[in-house]
Write a protein that binds this ligand. Sequence first.
Ligand code: BDP
Length: 669
Amino acid sequence: MINRILLGLFFCGCGLTASAENGSNLWLRQEPSCQATVVCDITSPVIDVARKELASLWKGGEVILRISADREHYGLGDEGYTIRSAGNDIILESSAEKGLLYAAYHLLRLQAEGNDCKNLNISESPLYEYRILNHWDNIDGTVERGYAGKSLWKWEELPSVISPAYEKYARANASIGINGTVLNNVNASIEILSDKYLDKVKALSDIFRPYGIKVYLSVNFASPMKLGGLDTADPMDEKVAEWWKRKVHEIYSLIPDFGGFLVKANSEGQPGPCDYGRTHAQGANMLASALKPYGGIVMWRAFVYSPTDDDRAKQAYLEFKPLDGKFLDNVIVQVKNGPIDFQPREPYSPLFGSMPHTPLMVEFQITQEYLGHSNHLAYLAPMWKEFYEYVSPYSIKAVAGVANIGDDVNWCGHDFAQSNWYAFGRLAWNPELSSSQIAREWLMQTFTDESEFLNPVEEMMLESREAVVDYMMPLGLHHIFAWNHHYGPEPWCEIPGARADWLPSYYHCADREGIGFDRTTTGSDAVSQYPDSLAAVFNSLSSCPEEFLLWFHHVSWDHKLKSGNTLWDELCYKYQTGVEKAQEFCEVWNQMSDYVDSERYQAIANRLKIQADDAVWWKDACLEYFRTFSRMKYPSGVDKPVFRLKELKKVKLPISNYECPSEDILPRK
Ligand code: BDP
């Protein structure tokens, strides 16, 4: 209830400023009371943040912050902490300052959720040491696959002009436990390592440091040539290794706690060690040796596939598995959650579990490149939890998420997309949290704690990703998106001269007989990259989970599924369900106007409407197109198409991969 009264007001206790609600306060919207007594005998930038937050926001008794000398006693590490009530007072204890900062945010979260904060006895520590956002931000201000405006980093103005957004960004991250940020796109510009840009990077690092956030950079493997003027970037060439050492030294003299490098090499045209006949391990190790003396790490991406080879889904495994055990200990191989590319649903990448002697980290995509950009509501915690059903969170070393943040006033475009930033941080801290708990936490802090709002809206969030799968790519279909921008459907897309594996027909393989990519042992044999027991499950048409059916099998149109429906009918019903769900979300939201400020209410309603309309477009495009192969009728209960295939084939959205389409250019009846 409290949140509702406060909507539209922020900092009313201290600054008395009222503003129209615009979503800019994210999940951090408690009213400062400016009253709490915070006792702590240390002064440092990190402690000062914790102190300031508690002093202005905490509404209970005294809060005592303590560094415990007895590390062993807690065994919670530098970022872990305990929170204990002692009468009216609260004691926050950690073996290091960052732990106290996280404890402060934990306590404030409990308060925001309406917890009475009596009898607290909490011990917490993050599962992963590295919980990192990857920004795909370019230095020209665009954001690759970013749908929330331009880059947050105003490179032109830095380092002299410091936007207040930088500190807000750091605060938001710290409040959910994110402790690292890669500032720039994996398709990295050479200039990021120039003196000029390093000064700008330093300015950002200085702002983030008190919030426990380390800065990392994506680097271009050819930097020694293009920036350093060398005639090679061969990792085995001494001049090259020397160049990197000097560069790393220069970085650390500006940024003593610099985190390290993220590298996309020999992938989608980026340079890399393979250009010189070297392996990924040789490339990564050369950089790792340069970073090692300073405690920096290399996150080396395994997102590789070449145009001519085998099934794209197999390639990362084929290239990286033989390198198991060959990386230095400060290299972490960063693997996308699925074997292809952030599709609405993919099975997990078989590299997980296949490189026992190499630390691996998972890369999730928070930005909705393939899930309706910032127009569609898709709460992604269930998708990430699904990954952990197959890959034990304890088997990997770290987590990265491709950020969905831009300079839009509400940070993420869609107000509900904020929940994905939030969920990423919470799951990176503790992957055991449930999607439902995270949704609820976020809703209570972001909107209101009234159950009439919470229950239906939480349910809508929990169903949203599955709805997107249903109206876009059900039953294991994947990558049937429109060329380049990946927003709408284009299963028919043919571009003369284009790489086959960039075209939808490569993936759906629809023909007169059936549809789906045969990855069984008699097809591309991608199944065999999974552990034997799972490979057997995926390989058999009868035991393959239906959500992955067309990922692993080419299935005949009249094949009977578990429901008793033929594949064709089931496909139709899935698209229909997706459409109905998206329409239902609009209805659910229509009931919520009493609980939400009018600005956010309307903005969300508008986007839900776009989503519901897009769902129809997706259904019609896919079913009408696939029907040209199946030549079967729609079963009863499935809506007649609104659009004709001929019309939809003409749709070309004039957007690039830096934009989210506006309503007026989308196909509508
Ligand atoms: C794909 C994106 C592309 C990225 C690439 C990557 O379409 O823009 O550069 O992944 O992850 O999802 O490197």
